[in-house]
Write a protein that binds this ligand. Sequence first.
Ligand code: ATP
Ligand code: MG
Length: 366
Amino acid sequence: MENNKKIILTGDRPTGKLHIGHYVGSLRRRVELQNSGEFDEINILIADDQALTDNADNPGKIRDNIINVVLDYLSVGLDPNKVTMCVQSQLPALHALTFYYMNLVSTARLSRNPTVKSEIQMRGFADEGLPTGFFTYPISQAADITAFDATVVPVGEDQLPMIEQTREIVEKFNRIYGDTLVLPTAVIPSNASERRLPGVDGKAKMSKSLGNCIFLSDSSKQIKDQVNKKMFTDPQHLKIEDPGHLEGNMVFAYLDAFCNDDHFKEYLPEYANLDELKAHYTRGGLGDGTCKKFLINVLEETLAPIRARRAEWESDIDSVYDIITEGTKKAREKTNATLQRVQSAMRIDYFKDRSIINEWKEVIKQ
Ligand code: ATP
Ligand code: MG
C-alpha cells in the first residue's frame, strides 16, 4: 500500500539492559531521526513477547527488564513527546496478525533465515529442541512492522533477514488479498563496526545473551575494567616496537564506532584522526595502553551524559510508568486499526455490520 507518511518502527527485546552495541547499531540513529523532524511517527516497541520465545521458563526476567529498557531509551535522549514507546504483549492485534501471516510463510523459508539459524546454534536449541515460537519470531516481527504501517526500520545488521522476510509477507499478502500493507525499508549504519559491534571478547556480536557487553548504564570503573582487563587486542603485539594488527582488534573496532576528530583534539592531540593512530599502530611503536586509555576517554565522554540522564529518570519511576502506559494505549489504537483493515481485506470481518445476512441467504439457496 502506498503510504505518504514517513513512519518508523523499531524496538528491542527486554532481555537485559541495553549495551553500546545497541547504541551504535540503532539507538544513536533513532535519536538523530527523532530530532530530524522528518518523520510523521516514530514507534518503539519493547518486544517482550519475542523475548519470551527463548525465555519461556523465565518470565520474571522479561518483566524486570522492561523498566531497564525504557530507562535506557530515555537516557540516550529518546523523547516521549516525539516517540511512542509501547509494550508488545499489550497489543493483541499483533498476535492476530502473526497468526494470519504464518499461513503465508513456509517452514522451509523460515529455516533459511541466517540470523535465526545462528541464534538457534548459540542458544543450544539444535540439541534441546526448538520452540516453535522462536522459530517463527521473524513472522511476529513482520506483524510488528506492518501493524504500525512502518516505512522505515532502523536496525543493526543482524535484523536485515527479518526485514527481508517482512517484505516478502507484505508482497504476498497484497498479491492475494489486495493492496493493504505498507512495504518497509531497513536502515542500517554505514560503518561495519556500527552495524555489528563485536563483544569485548572479540568473538561474536555484542549481545545481552552472551555476557560480552559494555552496558549503557555501566559506571566509569566498569568501563575501565572491561577495556583494560577483558578487551581482546592483538595477541602478536607483544612489545611496543612490534607492528600491530587492526583486524580482530577490539580497541580499534570500538574506536571505529565511537571516536571522532574532536576526541583526538581533546585526549590525544599527537594524532589528527583515527587513520593516523592506526598507521602508527600497524607500523609499530605504539602501545596498547595508549590506545586503550584513549578509548576509555572516548567511551566515558559518550556515556557520561547518558548515565546522568538515567539517574534523573530513576528518581521518577512514576512518570516512566505513565510514559509507557500512554504510549501503549496509543499503539493499541493504531495496531487495532491495521488489524481491522487486514481482516476486511481477508473478508473475515463477518460481524462488522449485518450485511453478511444477505450473503448467507444467497448461500443457503445454492
Ligand atoms: P538478545 O541477545 O536478547 O537477542 P541483543 O543484544 O541481540 O539481545 P536485541 O534486542 O535482539 O539485542 O536487538 C535490538 C536492536 O539492536 C536490533 O536492531 C539489533 O540489530 C541491534 N543490535 C543488537 N546488538 C548489536 C550489536 N552488537 N551491534 C549493532 N547493533 C546491534
Ligand atoms: Mg538479538
